[in-house]
Design a protein around this ligand. Sequence first.
Ligand SMILES: [Zn+2]
Length: 245
Amino acid sequence: MPDELLERLRRFHDHTFPGVQEQFQTLVKDGQHPTILFIGCSDSRLVPYLLTGTGPGELFIVRNVGAFVPPYDGQNEGTCDEGRPLAGYHGTSAAIEFAVLHLKVSRIVVCGHSHCGGIRALYEEPMPEARNLNAWLNLGREAVLPVRLFAPEVGNASDGSTTDDGLRQEVLRRTEQRAIILQLERLMNYPMVRSRVEDKKLSLHGWHYVIEEGEVHVFDVQSGQFLPASSASHSGHGPYPQTNT
Ligand SMILES: [Zn+2]
């Protein structure tokens, strides 16, 4: 039985790579100099290069469930393992420090999206086996609205959960957007981020990508809303008014 993935690797090497070989060799010779740190959800339908029209060398990307930013001190509030705070190996925090301190990026984008499974999971019963995932989801917990969206598996909607799909989608979208702002605020607790934002060397951008519409909605701090990129006058704000765009 043919290994389709192996076929794809061979196709890349034999057919795609020759067309971009020079570009990649230059990136090796000169090193990478991306100016944007893109923190995005791992969702397979979110394709940062397509959204931004970028290519090799232009985006430094870190992705995780929910596009979350861990606290700078590595603590996961409210989660303990035998009395100790559950502070893990935070790849996202490491990537933020690398991008800001080493690559000296000038923009950080936090990009969530519609129909996010990570955000939806905040309204569902946790899976007992998913110990790390359950802890990780706490990073979005503050964005949750006080609405019961889904009935537990045992039982029915008469427990007070909504059966209105329109309302459910609206609550999820608002939660997705609130979570983005929450992550931007948490980014400002990273000393190297805060100092560069205050020095106008770094700008933060909150994006909510609506998959079915193909449009990014950018956070506008003045109105406190997410505006469609098609009508916005900027590419998104952090938690504070933009100072260097
Ligand atoms: Zn997602």
